[in-house]
Design a protein around this ligand. Sequence first.
Ligand SMILES: Cc1cc2nc3c(=O)[nH]c(=O)nc-3n(C[C@H](O)[C@H](O)[C@H](O)COP(=O)(O)OP(=O)(O)OC[C@H]3O[C@@H](n4cnc5c(N)ncnc54)[C@H](O)[C@@H]3O)c2cc1C
Length: 387
Amino acid sequence: MQTDFDLIIIGAGCAGLSLGMQLASLHAQAPRTLLLESRTAYENDRTWCFWGDEQTPFATLARHSWQRFSVNNAVSRALVDCSTTPYRLLTAADFYTKALEAIASHTALDLKTGISLTAEPSLTQGRWHLHTTGGSFSANAIVDTRPLPTQQLSDTTLWQSFLGCELEFQKPRFDPTLAQLMDFYPATDAFVGFNYVLPLSTTRALIEFTVFSSKIYDQAELVSYLDAQVEKFAGGRPYQRLRNEYGLIPMGVGKPKGTVKPTERHSSYVRVGLTAGAARPATGYAFQRIQRWALACKQSLKKNGLPVGHQPDSFVIRQMDAIFLNVLRHHPELGPELFMRLFSKVSNEKLIRFLSDQGRVSDYLAVILSLPPWLFMKSAYQVATTR
Ligand SMILES: Cc1cc2nc3c(=O)[nH]c(=O)nc-3n(C[C@H](O)[C@H](O)[C@H](O)COP(=O)(O)OP(=O)(O)OC[C@H]3O[C@@H](n4cnc5c(N)ncnc54)[C@H](O)[C@@H]3O)c2cc1C
């Protein structure tokens, strides 16, 4: 068994597999890479959605796309045309199949599943050593995609917690051309809550109840909200529940708590993924940011053998995201109204660029200016004085 590698990737989920696929595309120049994954099997455990044209990574593998979406509360509705960059849904099953095939077809890449680390990686004489349940390995560099425990992320501005299920009705129930991005739950000072409905056909849809809150909501706390939304939708019509998914995404991660091991500061060790800068703070979307990182990381490995982490957002964008999230954290009861203002006041083009992480400063300004001025000023002051 080979034990010495150029690179070890810890965790082969979205980020680890995305980098694995990029490295496979280097053919003979691919570094000898070991991917260590704790799960024993890949299941269709999530869906990834993103806005993008045909050139966007994985756009053509998407199962479904929508050219328009709606955002509504009890009294009003905004319809957004996104036909130039449709909203696309990629299933985890399709992504994993494609990634696993690419990795398996390359002799320099070795994926081992069902493996856990028995100790943290250590650096001796310029090489990383890893002890695992599947043996000991060494490498020149490490890409660590393991999510940090939530206790270390107590400075996170907001948590996005969601519970969803895929439903199949016997009779047509949905309009598969229209995605419902946010259907707001009545305003409350506990969270900003909304129902997210992605119709996959006239009879099938993914329905998710989502909350943005300073507190984490676990699955059990979201069950009754989701069930109420499902019943509202079903209205007594028969349906079958096919699959459930739960997610927790940090929005605006602060400095992780706990001491960073000196070895982690080494340039040959990077932390990436959902809790290390992959998630866009203002929205929680991470999939396309991970694809951009995987490409950049491949290029860096090819150039100098060193991996890179996620590119930090610019100062201006970070400030604007922080102001927006700070408003939602301190005034969740205003969330539904603020989002309705945002979706009805900001032009479609600017909105889509903002949501899909392609925003220019002017797009962010338009988003911030859609907030009531007093709220914006107060939040900007709070953000400036707490950093
Ligand atoms: C249900 C759900 C839906 C989402 N939907 C979207 C979406 O629509 N659009 C979007 O942009 N983003 C979405 N996200 C956010 C983000 O894109 C995903 O969380 C994405 O999977 C993050 O990739 P990752 O590699 O950081 O984490 P993961 O994909 O979770 O991969 C981490 C991997 O590390 C492994 N691992 C953990 N600990 C160890 C260990 N000790 N040793 C070895 N392996 C380990 C895990 O088993 C896992 O395979 C969603 C997230 C969730 C949870």
